[in-house]
Design a protein around this ligand. Sequence first.
Ligand code: ADP
Ligand code: ASP
Ligand code: MG
Length: 421
Amino acid sequence: MALYVHKYGGTSMGSVERIKNVARRVAKWHTAGHQVIVVPSAMSGETNRLLGLAREICDQPSPRELDMLASTGEQASVALLAIALQDLGIDARSYTGWQVPVRTDNAYTKARIESIEDTRVRQDLNAGKVVIITGFQGIDADNNITTLGRGGSDTSAVAVASAFGAAECLIYTDVDGVYTTDPRVVPEARRLNVVSFEEMLEMASLGSKVLQIRAVEFAGRYRLPVRVLSSLTDPLGPLPDEMRAGTLITFEEDEKMETPTVSGIAFSRDEAKLTLLAVPDKPGIASTILGPIADANIDVDVIVQNQSVAGTTDFSFTVQRTEFQRAFEVLQNEVAPAIGAKEVISDDKVCKVSIVGIGMRSHVGIAATMFRTLADEGINIQMISTSEIKTSVIIQDKYMELAVRALHKAFGLDQPQPVAE
Ligand code: ADP
Ligand code: ASP
Ligand code: MG
């Protein structure tokens, strides 16, 4: 008998009936003799609703108050789940992030977990209780409530699982595993029985929202097994089947497994491109441009600096669309005057499409196939970025779905996997 952490996303917690089903499923694990900590999200739509209310009041609400507000969604869902479990006769107790406490830094709206206190929860587990801890939130050193960024309950769950030494973290969601790409965009996408940690890390960082990137990073740091599976199956179905269901993120590369060159396609609509024109081409320029962007706590993604012509060059980079306006203002007001750049131009109608696969390490010509496939569809590539196991392109966002479908087909991802898993 072991300790398991279950995470249930917004759709899985989306109605009273679904919460009752979550309770039935958790009760099944508990009754089988396992210790269970549950980390639920807010009910679907609730976080958007709350943040929308704030934005009806003003354009730029204070991040501290946004966290105070958004954290209430999870507070409601943990209590409802505890009530549903108690109604089934299970001894359950819910906690918010500050009651545990889950300690974070003070970067409101995108805080990082620093530590999780285990005394209180451990006592409950030892007393046979199911413990339910809010996803998405924590508390900073000054006792302010913080949240971990959208989709952050995944990270809460994996962090809790690491802190308590769980046997596995089960991420229950509205799909039955990790697919070759988002099945909402490509219906022919295939579920992967296993995905390597490195591939999952790339896919999450490149926009596959099935898992938040920090959750995958945590899993990697502690080599914690994570499984993605459906919450929409019969909650009373056989436990041994459920323990093997979905997609397992593995840390071992199976020697016997012939890895496909490309395992998945990720995409993100959430991109915006900024370009500084006619920047003097001299040492220190990249840091002069990106230093103030980093100081403003804005993450930079793809960066391209062109060959200089007559001593000047153009410098482009992408940021998340939500941070676009702030990044533009930093460039316009601070950076461009300081370095004497001619102009700042921007495009917030771009997206990023990426192919990912550990097999890319040992195969040449994969990027060329990607570029040819996009060219055949008449799609212009604006920026390219590569690593050992991925190639990403920035393209106009209206071509995103076309690009994803074409690449999915070109790399044979709709075909059955060539290896036994
Ligand atoms: P939850 O509310 O449970 O956290 P999310 O909506 O955050 O669920 O994540 C699940 C969704 O992720 C799926 O409904 C699917 O549309 C999307 N998704 C994106 N890429 C993938 C992928 N490669 N495999 C599976 N799902 C994906
Ligand atoms: N409720 C939060 C969100 O909607 C966190 C989560 O669901 O993971 O982003
Ligand atoms: Mg999610």
